[in-house]
Write a new protein. Structure first.
Length: 223
């Protein structure tokens, strides 16, 4: 084990390419994982923030290799080359980080309580204890879906119909959109033909209440 660690450290910090190769290999693997999660669902749940932080850490590790080359190995030319590659790696980290954050991947954990209080509960009057997280899509324009329990809703805070149509009596467009949202979130819910829709605007998006038979669902969509 010690020999393996020593060999790894030598490969990373005693060559001009080791730290950069580590950055490239891990970054490509993580980006491939995010792309797979976009198309296949949760192949391996992996938070996007952690992805970006790991890439930045690996880019800064190239700078550590430069310091080792300059002050331990006494190879200044290699050190300057590694510093240049560190800058390039950081630029790549930022670019890939933007792409990763915009990839629509399945949401594995519910939003934080503070977000729920400010975005959902304050606007709808629905208590947090009545909301059961079902799933969502993590992206620049994110979607979060809850099941709402606890009896009848106070629909006075909402307008009838879906925000996707100006006619509250015309639900054809909504009937097509919301089953698609549920499928993308991997939520096994079948909406009946007589589902009723109510909506309200909120910060940077809108909230839709779907009354389906004896079930209620809340869909938050960020714009």
């Amino acid at each position: 084990m010690k020999n393996a660690i020593a060999a790894f450290g030598k490969a990373v910090y005693d060559t001009w390419y080791g730290a950069v190769a580590l950055f490239v290999v891990v970054s490509v693997a993580l980006f491939g994982l995010q792309v797979a999660n976009e198309h296949l669902g949760d192949v391996v749940p992996w938070p996007k923030d952690a992805h970006v932080l790991v890439m930045i850490g690996l880019a800064l590790n190239v700078g550590v290799a430069a310091v080792v080359s300059a002050f331990v190995r006494r190879k200044l030319a290699r050190a300057f080359g590694l510093l240049a590659m560190m800058c390039a790696s950081l630029a790549c980290s930022i670019l890939v980080g933007v792409v990763v954050c915009c990839l629509p991947t399945r949401m594995t954990t519910p939003p934080c309580d503070e977000w729920v209080d400010e975005t959902i509960c304050a606007r709808t009057g629905i208590g947090k204890e009545k909301l059961s997280f079902l799933g969502g899509i993590s992206a620049r324009e994110s979607t979060v879906v809850y099941e709402v329990s606890g009896g009848a809703l106070d629909c006075t805070r909402f307008s009838p119909g879906s925000p996707w149509t100006s006619d509250p009596n015309d639900s054809k467009e909504a009937d097509a959109i919301y089953p698609l949202i549920l499928r993308r979130c991997h939520i096994d819910v079948q909406l009946p033909d007589n589902a009723a829709f109510y909506h309200c605007d909120c910060t940077n998006g809108f909230i839709t209440i779907i009354m389906a038979s004896d079930k209620g669902y809340l869909v938050y969509q960020r714009l």
